[in-house]
Design a protein around this ligand. Structure first.
Ligand SMILES: [Zn+2]
Length: 336
Protein backbone atom coordinates (compact mmCIF):
# COMPACT_ATOMS: atom_id res chain seq x y z
CA UNK A 1 0.00 0.00 0.00
CA UNK A 2 1.17 3.45 -0.74
CA UNK A 3 1.89 5.68 2.16
CA UNK A 4 2.25 9.42 2.18
CA UNK A 5 5.87 8.96 3.14
CA UNK A 6 6.44 6.79 0.09
CA UNK A 7 5.04 9.49 -2.08
CA UNK A 8 6.97 12.24 -0.38
CA UNK A 9 10.22 10.51 -1.15
CA UNK A 10 9.52 10.00 -4.78
CA UNK A 11 10.91 12.45 -7.23
CA UNK A 12 11.05 11.47 -10.81
CA UNK A 13 13.90 12.78 -12.86
CA UNK A 14 14.24 11.25 -16.25
CA UNK A 15 16.39 12.15 -19.18
CA UNK A 16 15.72 11.69 -22.85
CA UNK A 17 17.75 9.47 -25.11
CA UNK A 18 18.87 12.16 -27.47
CA UNK A 19 21.11 14.52 -25.63
CA UNK A 20 18.89 15.29 -22.70
CA UNK A 21 15.92 16.10 -24.84
CA UNK A 22 13.87 16.99 -21.88
CA UNK A 23 10.66 18.69 -21.11
CA UNK A 24 10.31 20.01 -17.64
CA UNK A 25 6.71 20.11 -16.61
CA UNK A 26 6.59 21.10 -13.00
CA UNK A 27 2.93 21.83 -13.27
CA UNK A 28 1.38 18.96 -15.05
CA UNK A 29 -1.16 16.26 -14.79
CA UNK A 30 0.20 12.80 -14.43
CA UNK A 31 -1.68 9.57 -14.52
CA UNK A 32 -0.29 6.76 -12.48
CA UNK A 33 0.48 3.62 -14.42
CA UNK A 34 -1.72 1.88 -11.93
CA UNK A 35 -5.07 3.05 -13.17
CA UNK A 36 -6.41 3.79 -9.75
CA UNK A 37 -5.14 7.18 -8.85
CA UNK A 38 -4.61 10.15 -10.98
CA UNK A 39 -2.10 12.59 -9.69
CA UNK A 40 -2.93 16.21 -10.14
CA UNK A 41 -0.42 18.95 -9.90
CA UNK A 42 -1.68 22.44 -9.52
CA UNK A 43 0.89 23.80 -7.12
CA UNK A 44 -1.01 26.62 -5.60
CA UNK A 45 -3.85 26.85 -8.05
CA UNK A 46 -7.27 25.58 -7.20
CA UNK A 47 -7.73 22.00 -8.36
CA UNK A 48 -10.40 23.15 -10.70
CA UNK A 49 -8.23 25.83 -12.22
CA UNK A 50 -6.70 24.59 -15.41
CA UNK A 51 -3.16 25.75 -14.88
CA UNK A 52 -0.22 23.58 -15.80
CA UNK A 53 2.45 25.68 -17.41
CA UNK A 54 5.56 23.91 -18.54
CA UNK A 55 8.36 25.55 -16.58
CA UNK A 56 11.32 24.60 -18.69
CA UNK A 57 12.06 22.93 -22.02
CA UNK A 58 15.19 21.26 -23.32
CA UNK A 59 16.98 22.77 -26.32
CA UNK A 60 15.73 20.04 -28.67
CA UNK A 61 12.10 20.19 -27.62
CA UNK A 62 9.99 21.25 -30.58
CA UNK A 63 6.35 20.68 -29.70
CA UNK A 64 6.10 22.57 -26.43
CA UNK A 65 7.09 25.84 -24.93
CA UNK A 66 7.18 27.23 -21.44
CA UNK A 67 3.65 27.88 -20.24
CA UNK A 68 1.93 25.12 -22.22
CA UNK A 69 -0.70 23.04 -20.46
CA UNK A 70 0.42 19.43 -20.62
CA UNK A 71 -0.02 15.96 -19.23
CA UNK A 72 1.84 12.68 -19.12
CA UNK A 73 0.04 9.41 -19.64
CA UNK A 74 0.78 5.84 -18.63
CA UNK A 75 4.12 5.60 -20.45
CA UNK A 76 7.37 7.54 -20.40
CA UNK A 77 9.54 5.46 -22.71
CA UNK A 78 9.90 2.55 -25.16
CA UNK A 79 12.54 1.12 -27.52
CA UNK A 80 11.56 3.33 -30.49
CA UNK A 81 12.85 0.77 -33.00
CA UNK A 82 10.41 -2.16 -32.95
CA UNK A 83 7.44 -2.47 -35.28
CA UNK A 84 5.05 -1.19 -32.64
CA UNK A 85 7.14 1.88 -31.92
CA UNK A 86 7.64 2.60 -35.62
CA UNK A 87 3.86 2.63 -35.94
CA UNK A 88 3.40 4.99 -33.00
CA UNK A 89 2.15 2.17 -30.80
CA UNK A 90 4.61 2.55 -27.94
CA UNK A 91 2.00 0.94 -25.71
CA UNK A 92 2.62 -2.40 -27.43
CA UNK A 93 6.42 -2.15 -27.38
CA UNK A 94 7.96 -5.10 -25.52
CA UNK A 95 10.22 -2.60 -23.78
CA UNK A 96 7.60 -0.02 -22.86
CA UNK A 97 8.50 1.98 -19.76
CA UNK A 98 5.50 2.75 -17.63
CA UNK A 99 5.17 6.05 -15.85
CA UNK A 100 5.07 4.41 -12.47
CA UNK A 101 7.06 1.49 -11.05
CA UNK A 102 9.08 0.73 -14.19
CA UNK A 103 12.82 0.82 -14.82
CA UNK A 104 13.86 3.83 -16.88
CA UNK A 105 16.63 3.85 -19.53
CA UNK A 106 19.23 4.84 -16.97
CA UNK A 107 18.26 2.04 -14.58
CA UNK A 108 16.37 4.22 -12.15
CA UNK A 109 12.81 3.56 -11.04
CA UNK A 110 9.95 5.60 -12.47
CA UNK A 111 7.74 7.20 -9.87
CA UNK A 112 4.96 8.72 -11.89
CA UNK A 113 3.42 11.85 -10.52
CA UNK A 114 4.03 11.15 -6.87
CA UNK A 115 6.46 14.01 -6.60
CA UNK A 116 6.54 17.75 -6.87
CA UNK A 117 8.53 17.80 -10.07
CA UNK A 118 8.56 15.68 -13.16
CA UNK A 119 10.65 15.63 -16.30
CA UNK A 120 9.58 13.74 -19.39
CA UNK A 121 10.61 13.50 -23.04
CA UNK A 122 8.28 15.35 -25.35
CA UNK A 123 7.20 12.17 -27.16
CA UNK A 124 5.41 11.17 -23.96
CA UNK A 125 3.80 14.51 -23.22
CA UNK A 126 0.36 15.46 -24.50
CA UNK A 127 -1.14 18.88 -24.90
CA UNK A 128 -4.26 19.37 -22.81
CA UNK A 129 -7.06 21.35 -24.49
CA UNK A 130 -7.67 24.72 -22.87
CA UNK A 131 -11.31 24.01 -22.12
CA UNK A 132 -10.68 20.88 -20.07
CA UNK A 133 -10.11 21.21 -16.32
CA UNK A 134 -6.91 19.46 -15.31
CA UNK A 135 -8.31 17.41 -12.49
CA UNK A 136 -11.28 15.98 -14.37
CA UNK A 137 -9.40 15.31 -17.57
CA UNK A 138 -6.41 13.65 -15.88
CA UNK A 139 -8.00 10.16 -15.77
CA UNK A 140 -8.61 10.41 -19.51
CA UNK A 141 -4.90 9.80 -19.99
CA UNK A 142 -5.53 6.27 -18.75
CA UNK A 143 -9.21 5.36 -18.60
CA UNK A 144 -10.00 7.63 -21.54
CA UNK A 145 -7.48 6.24 -23.99
CA UNK A 146 -8.19 2.70 -22.78
CA UNK A 147 -11.80 2.98 -23.89
CA UNK A 148 -11.56 5.50 -26.74
CA UNK A 149 -8.93 3.61 -28.70
CA UNK A 150 -10.72 0.24 -29.06
CA UNK A 151 -13.90 2.04 -30.14
CA UNK A 152 -11.90 3.61 -32.95
CA UNK A 153 -9.74 0.63 -33.87
CA UNK A 154 -12.60 -1.87 -33.99
CA UNK A 155 -14.85 0.45 -35.98
CA UNK A 156 -17.25 0.95 -33.09
CA UNK A 157 -17.28 4.69 -33.67
CA UNK A 158 -19.96 4.98 -36.33
CA UNK A 159 -23.14 6.86 -35.44
CA UNK A 160 -26.10 4.61 -34.92
CA UNK A 161 -24.19 1.47 -33.95
CA UNK A 162 -25.31 -0.29 -30.81
CA UNK A 163 -22.65 -0.64 -28.16
CA UNK A 164 -22.69 -2.46 -24.85
CA UNK A 165 -20.49 -1.30 -21.99
CA UNK A 166 -19.96 -3.93 -19.33
CA UNK A 167 -19.30 -2.42 -15.93
CA UNK A 168 -19.86 1.16 -14.86
CA UNK A 169 -16.69 2.09 -13.01
CA UNK A 170 -13.65 4.22 -13.83
CA UNK A 171 -13.33 2.77 -17.32
CA UNK A 172 -16.99 2.16 -18.03
CA UNK A 173 -18.25 5.65 -17.28
CA UNK A 174 -15.82 7.28 -19.73
CA UNK A 175 -16.55 4.56 -22.30
CA UNK A 176 -20.19 5.67 -22.18
CA UNK A 177 -19.20 9.31 -22.65
CA UNK A 178 -16.94 8.64 -25.64
CA UNK A 179 -19.48 6.29 -27.22
CA UNK A 180 -22.23 8.89 -26.91
CA UNK A 181 -19.93 11.50 -28.46
CA UNK A 182 -19.43 9.14 -31.42
CA UNK A 183 -23.20 8.99 -31.81
CA UNK A 184 -23.64 5.40 -30.68
CA UNK A 185 -26.61 3.91 -28.90
CA UNK A 186 -25.21 2.74 -25.59
CA UNK A 187 -26.44 -0.03 -23.35
CA UNK A 188 -24.78 -0.33 -19.95
CA UNK A 189 -24.58 -3.93 -18.77
CA UNK A 190 -24.15 -4.31 -15.04
CA UNK A 191 -24.90 -6.58 -12.11
CA UNK A 192 -26.05 -3.57 -10.06
CA UNK A 193 -29.62 -2.37 -10.66
CA UNK A 194 -28.83 0.65 -8.50
CA UNK A 195 -26.59 2.00 -11.28
CA UNK A 196 -29.41 2.27 -13.82
CA UNK A 197 -30.47 5.78 -12.89
CA UNK A 198 -26.88 6.99 -12.92
CA UNK A 199 -26.15 5.35 -16.28
CA UNK A 200 -29.15 6.79 -18.05
CA UNK A 201 -29.81 10.11 -16.36
CA UNK A 202 -26.28 11.23 -15.56
CA UNK A 203 -24.10 9.56 -18.19
CA UNK A 204 -26.58 9.59 -21.03
CA UNK A 205 -26.73 5.86 -21.75
CA UNK A 206 -29.74 4.81 -23.82
CA UNK A 207 -30.56 1.63 -21.96
CA UNK A 208 -29.48 -0.57 -19.10
CA UNK A 209 -29.26 -4.34 -18.83
CA UNK A 210 -28.99 -6.24 -15.59
CA UNK A 211 -26.67 -9.07 -16.53
CA UNK A 212 -28.03 -11.37 -13.85
CA UNK A 213 -31.60 -11.05 -15.13
CA UNK A 214 -32.12 -13.86 -17.68
CA UNK A 215 -35.29 -12.32 -19.07
CA UNK A 216 -33.64 -8.99 -19.80
CA UNK A 217 -30.60 -10.69 -21.29
CA UNK A 218 -32.73 -12.98 -23.44
CA UNK A 219 -34.72 -10.03 -24.78
CA UNK A 220 -31.51 -8.27 -25.80
CA UNK A 221 -29.96 -11.23 -27.65
CA UNK A 222 -28.36 -10.34 -30.98
CA UNK A 223 -28.83 -6.58 -30.64
CA UNK A 224 -25.30 -5.22 -30.16
CA UNK A 225 -22.62 -4.42 -32.74
CA UNK A 226 -19.93 -4.36 -30.12
CA UNK A 227 -19.26 -4.63 -26.42
CA UNK A 228 -16.50 -3.03 -24.37
CA UNK A 229 -15.79 -5.18 -21.32
CA UNK A 230 -14.35 -3.09 -18.50
CA UNK A 231 -14.84 -5.48 -15.59
CA UNK A 232 -11.71 -6.86 -13.96
CA UNK A 233 -13.45 -9.67 -12.11
CA UNK A 234 -13.90 -13.00 -13.86
CA UNK A 235 -17.33 -13.25 -15.44
CA UNK A 236 -19.01 -15.45 -17.99
CA UNK A 237 -18.47 -14.45 -21.62
CA UNK A 238 -21.25 -16.65 -22.97
CA UNK A 239 -24.16 -14.28 -22.20
CA UNK A 240 -22.19 -11.36 -23.63
CA UNK A 241 -21.46 -13.19 -26.86
CA UNK A 242 -25.17 -13.88 -27.08
CA UNK A 243 -25.90 -10.16 -27.01
CA UNK A 244 -23.78 -9.58 -30.12
CA UNK A 245 -25.12 -9.51 -33.65
CA UNK A 246 -23.28 -11.53 -36.30
CA UNK A 247 -19.79 -10.05 -36.76
CA UNK A 248 -20.10 -8.41 -33.39
CA UNK A 249 -16.98 -7.70 -31.38
CA UNK A 250 -16.40 -8.18 -27.69
CA UNK A 251 -13.38 -6.10 -26.73
CA UNK A 252 -11.90 -6.65 -23.30
CA UNK A 253 -10.15 -3.75 -21.60
CA UNK A 254 -10.60 -5.00 -18.05
CA UNK A 255 -8.09 -7.61 -16.95
CA UNK A 256 -9.24 -10.36 -14.60
CA UNK A 257 -6.41 -12.26 -12.93
CA UNK A 258 -7.87 -15.64 -13.82
CA UNK A 259 -8.51 -16.79 -17.42
CA UNK A 260 -11.91 -16.56 -19.03
CA UNK A 261 -13.71 -19.60 -20.30
CA UNK A 262 -14.16 -19.00 -24.01
CA UNK A 263 -16.95 -20.98 -25.67
CA UNK A 264 -16.21 -21.52 -29.37
CA UNK A 265 -19.67 -22.33 -30.64
CA UNK A 266 -21.22 -18.86 -30.17
CA UNK A 267 -18.17 -17.39 -31.91
CA UNK A 268 -18.51 -19.64 -34.92
CA UNK A 269 -22.23 -19.02 -35.22
CA UNK A 270 -21.99 -15.42 -36.32
CA UNK A 271 -18.27 -14.97 -37.00
CA UNK A 272 -17.89 -13.02 -33.78
CA UNK A 273 -14.65 -11.70 -32.38
CA UNK A 274 -13.25 -11.56 -28.87
CA UNK A 275 -10.37 -9.11 -28.65
CA UNK A 276 -8.32 -7.09 -26.18
CA UNK A 277 -6.93 -3.58 -26.13
CA UNK A 278 -4.52 -1.72 -23.88
CA UNK A 279 -4.36 2.09 -23.66
CA UNK A 280 -3.01 3.59 -26.91
CA UNK A 281 0.09 5.08 -28.49
CA UNK A 282 1.07 8.67 -27.77
CA UNK A 283 -0.31 10.01 -31.07
CA UNK A 284 -3.56 8.24 -30.33
CA UNK A 285 -3.55 9.65 -26.81
CA UNK A 286 -3.22 13.17 -28.17
CA UNK A 287 -6.05 12.44 -30.62
CA UNK A 288 -8.19 11.17 -27.74
CA UNK A 289 -7.63 14.20 -25.55
CA UNK A 290 -8.29 16.55 -28.48
CA UNK A 291 -11.55 14.69 -29.16
CA UNK A 292 -12.41 14.98 -25.46
CA UNK A 293 -11.75 18.70 -25.63
CA UNK A 294 -13.98 19.10 -28.69
CA UNK A 295 -16.83 17.22 -27.01
CA UNK A 296 -16.23 18.47 -23.47
CA UNK A 297 -15.63 14.98 -22.14
CA UNK A 298 -14.12 14.66 -18.69
CA UNK A 299 -14.03 11.93 -16.06
CA UNK A 300 -16.13 12.11 -12.91
CA UNK A 301 -13.70 12.47 -10.06
CA UNK A 302 -13.19 13.00 -6.37
CA UNK A 303 -10.18 15.17 -5.60
CA UNK A 304 -8.34 14.07 -2.46
CA UNK A 305 -5.34 15.39 -0.51
CA UNK A 306 -2.13 13.34 -0.46
CA UNK A 307 -2.65 12.24 3.15
CA UNK A 308 -6.00 10.68 2.25
CA UNK A 309 -4.41 8.00 0.07
CA UNK A 310 -4.63 5.10 2.51
CA UNK A 311 -8.28 5.83 3.22
CA UNK A 312 -8.87 6.05 -0.51
CA UNK A 313 -7.28 2.63 -0.96
CA UNK A 314 -9.67 1.20 1.60
CA UNK A 315 -12.59 2.82 -0.16
CA UNK A 316 -11.39 1.48 -3.51
CA UNK A 317 -11.42 -2.03 -2.12
CA UNK A 318 -15.13 -1.48 -1.45
CA UNK A 319 -15.67 0.16 -4.87
CA UNK A 320 -16.61 3.31 -3.00
CA UNK A 321 -15.63 5.97 -5.51
CA UNK A 322 -17.34 7.80 -8.34
CA UNK A 323 -15.35 7.19 -10.47
CA UNK A 324 -11.72 8.13 -10.04
CA UNK A 325 -9.70 9.55 -7.18
CA UNK A 326 -7.42 12.39 -8.17
CA UNK A 327 -4.64 13.27 -5.74
CA UNK A 328 -3.97 16.96 -5.49
CA UNK A 329 -0.22 16.68 -5.17
CA UNK A 330 0.48 20.33 -5.94
CA UNK A 331 -1.54 21.65 -3.03
CA UNK A 332 -1.25 18.89 -0.48
CA UNK A 333 2.10 17.12 -0.77
CA UNK A 334 4.03 18.64 2.14
CA UNK A 335 7.76 18.57 2.70
CA UNK A 336 8.76 16.28 5.57
ZN1 LIG B 1 9.46 -0.58 -29.27
Amino acid sequence: MLTVMDMRMLTMMVAGQQGMKMLGSKFCTVESAIPIFTVLRTNGASPSTPLSPVTEVGSKVQKFKVGDKVGVGCMVGACHSCDSCKNDLENYCPKVILTYNSIYYDGTMTYGGYSDHMVATERYVVRIPDNLPLDACAPLLCAGITTYRPLRYFGLDKPGLNLGVVGLGGLGHVAVKFAKAFGLKVTVISTSPRKKKEAIEHLGADSFLISTDPNEMQAAMGTLDGIIGTVSAVHSLLPLLGLLKSHGKLVLVGAPEKPFELPAFPLLMGRKIVAGSNIGGMKETQEMIDFAGKHNITADIEVIPADYVNTAMERLAKADVKYRFVIDIGNTLKAA
